[in-house]
Ligand binder design. Structure first.
Ligand code: PEP
Length: 249
């Protein structure tokens, strides 16, 4: 049985006040015990989030990392630094990192391995563009992104991964994949994991991301191969985010 995971990616949004609001509201809310919930604020808010979420069911996550352990990399943050602030999950390969910061499969893979070495669980984001979908290449693109990382990992490392299928055309656009479209790609990813190991395919969690909101979360999360959500815009409003967490329970 895979425990649903709901992850809120704040991107470059939020404030200390929003961190506190989440901490206070979530301290007084009964989260479904069967759901894991993680909030990924911008890096400067990690310490505040660690403190504010202490009495809540919220975990602290991070949006990116540099694969190097340290050194002359101005502006960057290492996996060990994230671990010091209680980060358990970190995104790698988010489409905004791939497109805006030119992180290719090799860079994504290096980040995943650095995170794993520091004891973090990477959430590997994969997804096709609209052109790729229209060309009928969705599954090929997504599976090649998965394999580019999973081929570089050993069996124990693979088990600590989470995969988020995020069609690029659905991120921040308000246009969500239908439950059937999302399920089809999730099923293809799970079938691909069988090639590594049958047990791995059974335990690994596959999240859907791309304009998931309180209105559509339940039907997406009801799909057999969708084990949670990676939420952008709707994770910035505590009521909306909590509603999505409830629909995963
Ligand atoms: C995301 O940033 O990963 C995301 C899914 O964003 P949104 O929910 O806003 O589409």
């Amino acid at each position: 049985m895979r425990m649903p995971l709901i992850a809120g990616n704040w991107k470059m949004n939020g404030s200390l006040a929003l961190v506190d609001e989440f901490g206070q509201r979530c301290a007084n809310v009964d989260m479904p015990p069967s759901v894991e919930v993680v909030v990924l604020p911008p890096a400067p808010y990690l310490a505040a989030a660690q403190a504010a979420f202490e009495k809540t069911a919220l975990q602290v996550g991070a949006q990116t990392l540099n694969p190097e352990p340290g050194g002359a990399y101005t502006g960057e943050v290492s996996a060990a630094m994230l671990a010091e602030f209680g980060v358990g999950y970190v995104l790698v390969g988010h489409s905004e990192r791939r497109s805006l910061y030119h992180e290719d499969d090799e860079a994504v893979s290096a980040r995943a391995r650095a995170a794993l070495d520091a004891g973090l669980s990477p959430i590997l984001c994969v997804g096709e563009t609209l052109e790729e979908r229209d060309a009928g290449d969705s599954e090929a693109v997504v599976l090649s992104q998965v394999k580019a990382v999973f081929d570089t990992l050993d069996a124990r490392q693979r088990e600590r991964m989470v995969i988020a299928y995020e069609p690029v055309w659905a991120i921040g656009t308000g246009r969500t994949a239908t439950p059937e479209q999302a399920q089809a790609v999730h099923a293809a990813i799970r079938a691909c994991l069988v090639d590594y190991d049958k047990g791995l395919a059974t335990v690994l969690r596959l999240l859907y991301g791309g304009s998931m909101k309180r209105e559509n979360a339940a039907e997406l999360l009801a799909q057999p191969d969708i084990d949670g959500g990676l939420i952008g815009g709707a994770s910035l409003k505590v009521d909306d985010f909590l509603a999505i967490c409830q629909s995963a329970g």
